[in-house]
Design a protein around this ligand. Structure first.
Ligand code: SAM
Length: 305
């Protein structure tokens, strides 16, 4: 079987099947032979593990995952890739490719049917993500994992370099954003390695990085997880989103307007949380954000929400 990182082979097989790459589906396929093995190894593709992949392309990463893990289930939106995949992944008994959209597919059912009923209980996500939905995919995985107990242990994904920098930034640093806080709520994100734009066909205008979120297990007392300190999760995320939507403004003013609470009361809430009203949200650590959202949740005025 020719290597799926051989550009000529990939071009020929696409031509043979009349396949044209779609920019709008984020189709930049990996052709650097060193990258997929590294993603697979960092990403827990190993015996005893089931891997959920998002977006197969011509199967270059799928194959590396399948060589190492017990089973690979991939969700791919572009039906036109399926005849190619039949050819490129022929002979692998432990790969299942599902036609669907990762943003709407029933992940709970998938994991139940494809992994748990086969007694595969260690499940990790690995993907070279389509960049147009990087943050929404990551957030969907983390939220579904939490709400539906999907039991995902890690999410190892290639994303645009800037997105990795943002997501993996320390909470409380200028590089952080709402997504940084949201990801840090569910797990620990680290950047693993950079991948240059020349590693893809076609070559995008940006460089990429592979990053990993080690997901905090549900109901565990992981000392790094601060989740159990949050009194009102909905309010916490609403505060974070609102604050970052006007990140350069003084936080008390932003929240006073957004929550329609009198200024005097807002100042009392900030005082109770021991946070300066003039602070910008990007300067607050996770502990401070939680303290502030808890102080809001205890205020009488917030009870109308
Ligand atoms: N894994 C391959 C590789 O590394 O060469 C392909 C990666 S490419 C960046 C992203 C893949 O995700 C494409 O195959 C694209 O068709 C697929 N895709 C795009 N949007 C999707 C969605 N909403 N759900 C599932 N797959 C999607």
């Amino acid at each position: 079987m020719p290597e799926l990182t051989d550009i000529q082979y990939v071009r020929n097989i696409m031509e043979k099947h009349g396949f044209h790459m779609s920019k709008s589906l984020g189709q930049n396929f990996l052709i650097n032979p060193t990258v997929c093995p590294r993603i697979a190894e960092y990403g827990n593709a190993k015996p005893g593990f089931g891997i959920l992949e998002i977006g197969t392309g011509v199967g270059v990463l799928t194959k590396e995952l399948a060589i190492r893990a017990d089973k690979v289930v991939a969700i791919e939106l572009d039906q036109k890739l399926f005849p190619i995949l039949e050819e490129t992944l022929a002979g692998f008994e432990n790969i299942k490719i599902i036609h669907g959209d990762v943003m709407t597919y029933d992940l709970e059912k998938l994991i139940q049917e494809e992994f748990l009923t086969k007694n595969i209980r260690n499940i990790a996500v690995c993907a070279n993500l389509p960049y147009y939905i990087t943050s929404p995919v990551i957030m969907r995985l983390l939220e579904e994992n939490s709400a539906k107990h999907l039991n995902l242990s890690s999410i190892t994904v290639m994303v645009q370099k800037e997105a990795a920098q943002r997501i993996c930034a320390p909470v409380g640093s200028r590089a952080s954003g709402a997504v940084t806080v949201a990801v840090a709520y569910y797990g620990k994100a680290v950047k693993l390695f950079d991948v240059s734009r020349g590693s893809f066909l076609p070559s995008p205008n940006v460089d990429s990085s592979v990053m990993q979120i080690v997901v905090y297990p549900e109901n565990s007392m992981n000392p790094e997880s601060m989740r159990d300190q949050v009194q009102d999760e909905r309010l916490f995320f609403r505060m974070v989103k609102t604050g970052f939507s006007q990140r350069r403004k003084q936080l008390a003013g932003v929240l006073c307007n957004a929550f329609a609470i009198p200024k005097s009361e807002t100042l009392e809430i900030f005082a109770k949380a021991k946070i300066a009203p003039s602070v910008r949200i990007e300067a607050l650590t996770m502990a401070e954000l939680i303290r502030l959202s808890n102080a809001f949740s205890q205020s009488q005025s917030m009870h109308i929400f």
